[in-house]
Design a protein around this ligand. Structure first.
Ligand SMILES: Nc1ncnc2c1ncn2[C@@H]1O[C@H](COP(=O)(O)OP(=O)(O)OP(=O)(O)O)[C@@H](O)[C@H]1O
Ligand SMILES: [Mg+2]
Length: 369
């Protein structure tokens, strides 16, 4: 969508933000291409809203620069940035109607009446509120107010849109519907978007790329598939999706692989460490296959890991079930389609088998060097 030599639409370079002694953003770099949707994902307080406020111009960084379409806007006021924001708190005008709120940005820009009416009708229908245009916003539910805020930001068709938990008040069905519709509309108007959510599924569904944030820094920035399948750090692995994690010590290393002694026996994993290193080996539940027959244990080999244990719980989750297998004092997480899981019972002996290629070793953050 963007020519290879085109500058990024939004470029955040080495930006730091402090409040008193607290460093809320620590030398953050983030570039977003024209038409791209990048999601900021991370625990409460990691700096997501602060980063959006800096891009919108509602706060100024102590260090670093922000450029939009190649222009340095670090000190340009919000109304001269062509950036739309949907805030975490909706910040609607309570004395105006739904349609009045949505029309507001267009009116202050002096757009023609018929143009305003068309934009209001279009965005209200997008958020499924076409029937409530004349209602005062103070007489709406939280989810309805959130959708008015969304429509208000979209109506002016800014080049850059920032969404802070913009769908969080909606029930699951409406939310999933809006994710698809919103993504389609953003593509249609060619808008560049930075999206903040706590919902991993939403991030994986909507984003071209995801930035996982941790304590004011971007821990990993990658497309959803890479982020999920090849998390660069233990933090990203733990924050996106589920996993089994086992602590251990590297017994042997070579060829980008390690053999690790863990509490459940030797486990092979991808990674480069010296023998004797303290590591954590991790795998996603969908790679662990549960084998009910535990006769003839050959142990782990170069291609696959194998651990014997006992089924602790089978948790029904609709189309699939999560299976917890206890081995010694460790619990390993597997996943299976309902039809396979229904044959498994707590207390049964079970063997877990999984590919070494899907097992990754990370430095143990709690180990003393
Ligand atoms: N105006 C302010 N003055 C002082 N501290 C602030 C201010 N705004 C934010 N902070 C602090 O900065 C940190 C980051 O806040 P921010 O709102 O960016 O987090 P967040 O990632 O959006 O979290 P959440 O997911 O809970 O919305 C927090 O520790 C917060 O208390
Ligand atoms: Mg926030």
């Amino acid at each position: 969508m963007t020519a290879p030599d085109a500058p990024p639409h939004v470029a955040v370079r080495r930006v730091s933000k402090r409040y008193g002694p607290l460093t809320v953003l620590d030398r953050v770099d983030l570039t977003v291409d024209r038409g791209e949707l990048v999601t900021l994902l991370g625990p409460s307080g990691c700096g997501k809203t602060t980063l959006l406020r800096l891009v919108a111009g509602l706060a100024t960084p102590e260090e670093g620069t922000i450029a939009i379409a190649g222009r340095d806007v670090t000190r340009v006021p919000p109304h001269r940035r062509n950036v739309g924001v949907v805030f975490q708190s909706y910040a609607l005008f309570p004395h105006l109607t739904v349609a009045g709120n949505v029309a507001f940005g267009l009116s202050v820009r002096g757009r023609r009446r018929d143009e305003i009416d068309r934009a209001v009708a279009r965005t209200l229908s997008l958020v499924r509120l076409e029937h409530l245009g004349a209602r005062r916003v103070s007489a709406l539910s939280g989810g309805q107010q959130q959708r008015v805020a969304l429509a208000r930001a979209l109506a002016v068709e800014p080049e850059v849109l920032l969404f802070d938990e913009a769908l969080s008040a909606l029930d699951r069905n409406l939310r999933e519907e809006m994710q698809v519709e919103l993504r389609r509309l953003l593509r249609e108007i060619g808008a560049t978007a930075i999206f903040v959510t706590h919902d991993q599924d939403e991030a994986l569904t909507m984003s071209d790329r995801i930035a996982v944030m941790n304590g004011g820094r971007i821990e990993q920035l990658a497309d959803p598939k890479t982020l999920y399948e090849r998390p660069a750090t233990l933090f990203t692995l733990g924050f996106v999706g589920q996993s089994t994690r086992l602590r251990g010590t590297v017994a042997a290393a070579g060829d980008g692989m390690v053999a690790v002694d863990t509490p459940v026996g030797r486990v092979a994993a991808m990674g480069q460490f010296l023998a004797g290193s303290s590591v954590v080996v991790a795998t996603r539940p969908e790679h662990l296959r549960v084998v009910a027959d535990t006769v003839g244990h050959e142990g782990s080999d170069r291609a696959r890991n194998s651990v014997d244990g006992r089924i602790r719980a089978v948790i029904f989750q609709g189309s699939r079930s999560r299976i917890e297998v206890a081995a010694g004092d460790q619990v390993l997480l597997a996943e299976a389609p309902g039809r396979i899981a229904s044959a498994l019972n707590p207390g049964d002996a079970a063997r877990l088998v999984w590919p070494v290629a899907e097992t990754f070793a990370y430095p143990d953050p709690e180990a003393r060097a």
